[in-house]
Design a protein around this ligand. Structure first.
Ligand SMILES: *Cc1c(COP(=O)(O)O)cnc(C)c1O
Length: 394
């Protein structure tokens, strides 16, 4: 039997082979909207799904560039098949529209990415799909939330922006008993640190805009699951049409070649920054899954092989002090998004999570003083020096 290559080697090589026509070493960008058939018979067979191959860029497998990326991510996630999308939100939308119908019930982590929350809160109920937002770090609450018609459990762990962690294996087990699909938003960890499918989840999805692309220069999303599940999702992908551009697919392939190197550095830097913040008198609290002070540190340790680059913290002096901190940084950029090579800092209550109603933000601890930092791959001394000078101004 062939030996399985190690993760870093697979980041570089999986899904890719030299171009069969000209022998180009890197995967070419197929900047085309349509594909030529040899004859009418072949065109009909492709449309009928009787012959594998490319048809039209909106229809899976899109183009060979998309197919190479989907195969690479599927391999890294330990899944059978993948599908790329125009954005993380396009991926989540296709997934819920493809799997849920009127009368179904969805259980979602109560702290999720702001737009995911709004999609679940405002759009799904209009389609007759009920959603329960549950603190999924509490297994008893999850167990009690299942109903006869629960068809999907949507987990985000670590959650954006509170960094709350939930037990994927335990919840996937409950979902299976109830015949519900267990989906994990793996954007924060990437498959380098967490493999939801190996922990028992059915589907792992990511916003490629973040660590997968890695350089804050594209939008993209990806879903990975079993061959059967992905072939059911494929028509919905074609109908909803939220397709990644060929150039973005190529940028993601290029980004993934260094995923293992970047993630190591992000995590190494984040631990140093988290330890610095925790020891600083101007900081009230710090949430980083890699710190023993994190409430679910032990669950994180069990299911993650590292803790990625995201930290949230509260500055002493609340919102005003936090604002002064964010207005005083020089190296760090005041910007939403995350997973970039550069360190980004933002204020969820007024930015990414402003769409979550105020009372709900409070109830799930997205407090006004919470500052979120996506630690980049600069040298940690420089990031810490920048935060130190900004903390002096509060
Ligand atoms: C950014 C993000 C999304 C949405 O992805 P886009 O590519 O911006 O559409 C979904 N989930 C998480 C956890 C995110 O950080």
């Amino acid at each position: 039997m062939e030996r399985e290559m190690k993760f870093g080697t697979r980041c570089v090589h999986s899904g890719e082979k030299p171009d069969p026509v000209y022998g180009a070493h890197t995967t070419p960008i197929f900047q085309t909207s349509t594909f030529v058939f040899e004859n009418t018979e072949q065109g009909a067979a492709r449309f009928a799904g009787e012959e594998a191959g490319y048809v039209y860029t909106r229809i899976p497998p899109n183009t060979p560039t998309h197919a190479a990326l989907a195969e690479k991510v599927a391999d890294l996630e330990g899944g059978e098949a993948g599908q790329t999308f125009a954005s993380g939100m396009a991926a989540i939308t296709a997934l819920v529209l493809g799997h849920l119908k009127q009368g179904d019930h969805l259980i979602s982590t109560d702290v999720v990415y702001g737009c995911t929350y709004s999609l679940f809160l405002t759009v799904l109920p209009r389609l007759g799909i009920k959603v329960s937002f549950i603190d999924t770090s509490d297994l008893d609450k999850v167990r009690a939330a299942f109903k006869e018609n629960t068809k999907m459990v949507f987990l985000e762990t670590p959650a954006n922006p509170t960094m709350t962690v939930c037990d994927i294996g335990e919840i996937a087990c409950m979902a299976r008993e109830h015949g519900a699909l267990c989906v994990v938003d793996n954007t924060f960890s990437t498959p380098y640190f967490q493999k939801p499918l190996e922990l028992g989840a059915d589907v792992s999805l990511s916003s490629c805009t973040k660590y997968i692309g890695g350089h804050a220069d594209l939008l993209g999303g990806v879903v990975v699951g079993s061959k059967d599940f992905m072939s059911c999702l494929a028509p919905v992908v074609g109908y909803t049409g939220g397709i990644m551009g060929p150039h973005e697919a190529w940028l993601c392939i290029r980004g993934l070649k260094t995923l293992h190197l970047r993630m190591e550095k992000h995590a190494e830097n984040a631990l140093e920054v988290a330890e610095f913040l925790e020891s600083h008198p101007g900081v009230e609290w710090v949430r980083y899954p890699g710190l023993p002070s994190h409430p679910q540190h032990l669950i994180a340790k069990k299911q993650m092989s590292g803790y990625s680059g995201m930290i949230s913290f509260g500055v002493r002096g609340g919102l005003e002090a936090g604002r002064r901190l964010m207005d005083s940084v020089r190296l760090c950029s005041l910007a939403v998004s995350l997973g970039a090579t550069d360190t980004l800092i933002q204020h969820p209550a007024s930015m990414t999570h402003a769409c979550v109603p105020c009372e709900i933000r409070k109830s799930v601890c997205i407090t006004d003083e919470l500052v979120r930092i996506s630690v980049g791959i600069e040298e940690p001394e420089d990031i810490i020096a920048d935060l130190e000078q900004a903390l002096e101004k509060i």
